[in-house]
Design a protein around this ligand. Structure first.
Ligand code: ATP
Length: 239
């Protein structure tokens, strides 16, 4: 049977003290790439974290991959089928690239030593870092670290991939490679991509969600967003 790859949110609200970071968010996302847009502070990172880690904090309902994250056994399943690339990935600088990914593989319970090592090699090749596997993290450039973070998110071949501003720090050629890789992955997984890069959106996203002050202000196809933007121009007061 085809696994359920939907992400459904109903009335999700998250607060930091008195500040409301997410305000009654309803979403229904399926396979392919959904672009998550919005100015700084709109709530994109909070939404990513809410899907990736704080699954049951705050109010509202979340259903990921057909599973209920408030139930411990289902949450374990979700964690295994989910890959998360956080905004400013934090690494152990003294680890080698290989050791770091192997450690992540242990945390993800990806099996015994042999299975883990095979998986680490696979993802290192996927992001073009296999040759640097013995380099220590602190010796890698910003772009390489970003690719290492992507490799970590790709371990276990996730059904749900959450990428928070993944192309920051990549040079133009790496950006193109990144887009090619994500478009291949998105054929059979659900990808949520937070970005300020219009090229990423144009190349990858079949669905767009815009947040503003924690609310969903647009949810639909990229063409409809463009039409709306054009509408604002033509319907404006003019000159
Ligand atoms: P950016 O594009 O800058 O990453 P964002 O859309 O990801 O922005 P969030 O980081 O989710 O936005 O922030 C949403 C709101 O919550 C902002 O008003 C922010 O100041 C606030 N916020 C985020 N994290 C915290 C925190 N740990 N403590 C207090 N307030 C926070």
């Amino acid at each position: 049977a085809v696994p359920d790859r939907r992400v459904v949110l109903r009335g999700v609200t998250r607060r930091y003290g008195t500040r409301t970071a997410l305000d009654g968010v309803d979403l229904d996302l399926g396979p392919g790439v959904t672009g998550l847009l919005g100015r700084n502070g709109a709530g994109k990172t909070t939404l990513m974290r809410c899907l990736a880690t704080d699954l049951d904090a705050g109010s509202g309902e979340v259903c990921l991959l057909g599973l209920d994250p408030t139930r411990a056994p289902e949450r374990t399943d979700i964690r295994r089928r989910l890959g998360y690339l956080p905004q400013n990935p934090d690494f152990y600088p003294h680890f080698t690239a290989f050791a770091l990914l192997d450690y992540m593989a242990v945390l993800k319970e990806l099996g015994g030593r042999r299975a883990r090592h095979d998986e680490v090699r696979r993802v290192l090749r996927q992001v073009g870092l296999y040759d640097r596997r013995h380099s220590r993290v602190r010796r890698l450039s910003g772009g390489m670290r970003q690719r290492l973070a992507l490799a970590s998110a790709l371990m276990g071949d996730p059904d749900l991939l959450l990428l928070d501003e993944p192309t920051v720090g990549l040079d133009p050629e790496q950006r193109i490679r990144f887009r090619n890789l994500v478009s291949r992955l998105a054929v059979d997984s659900t990808v949520v991509l937070s970005t300020h890069q219009i090229e990423d959106v144009a190349a990858l996203c079949g669905h767009i969600v815009c947040l503003d002050r924690g609310r969903v202000v647009f949810d639909g196809a990229p063409g409809a967003l463009l039409d709306r933007a054009r509408g604002h121009v033509w319907e404006g007061p003019g000159d």
